[in-house]
Unconditional design. Structure first.
Length: 207
């Protein structure tokens, strides 16, 4: 889809409209032929160090809620946010630099708690959110100790989660770290698409 959209942006006038129509119809036909496409979360061998925060929410929803099938994007994370209890204590996650010098949190210590059926579901959901917020604070502080900065920008679909965003903002504020949030442009894939359009326009307008 992204490849097709990028190509359409490079086509002018009526041809672009026709190409967009063909892409839309093709997606519709494909969704009819593959009605369960993307609904199942399949276990695959992958490098968990590169797991994005959004996918961590999917994994947490599977462990806490048993949400292995979703009828729309973000269903599990939304349910996890809604039931999360207040006042939960975060789990301390190890933080270290990888071979590229990037600070990374080790999510391993959190998994046992998320799987523990002896802990109420709402509490496990709350612990997950608090741990995510604390991990982001720890990363920001580690980076600031090396490279001073003025503010932290929270971007990406995961920050459509109000509970997470508010907790991150509160924790950063406690350490005098200013936060930048989205306003005119959405934080999720809509913002990504907007950025792609701006990049293409910039290439066309700037020699």
């Amino acid at each position: 889809v992204l490849v097709g959209a990028n190509l359409i942006l490079r086509v002018e006038g009526r041809l672009a409209e026709i190409a967009l129509g063909v892409l839309t119809i093709s997606l519709g036909v494909y969704s009819v032929l593959k009605p369960r496409l993307g609904l199942h979360l399949e276990a695959r061998h992958r490098d968990l160090r590169n797991l994005r925060r959004g996918r961590l929410f999917d994994a947490a929803a599977a462990l806490v809620l048993g949400r292995h099938v979703a009828s729309f994007e973000g269903q599990g994370p939304m349910e996890l946010e809604q039931i999360a209890a207040d006042g939960c204590v975060p789990i301390a996650l190890p933080l270290a630099k990888d071979e590229s010098g990037i600070w990374r949190s080790d999510w391993g210590p959190m998994l046992e708690t998320l799987r523990d059926s002896g802990i109420p579901v709402s509490e496990r959901a709350g612990i997950f959110h608090e741990t995510m917020a604390q991990a982001l604070l720890d990363q920001a502080r580690a980076i600031r100790a090396e490279v001073p900065f003025d503010a932290v920008g929270l971007s990406g679909g995961v920050f459509q989660n109000r509970r997470l965003t508010e907790r991150v903002v509160e924790r950063l504020a406690e350490h005098a770290i200013e936060v930048r949030l989205h306003r005119g442009v959405p934080a999720n894939d809509g913002g990504l698409c907007f950025g792609q359009v701006i990049e293409v326009l910039a290439r066309q307008l700037i020699p």
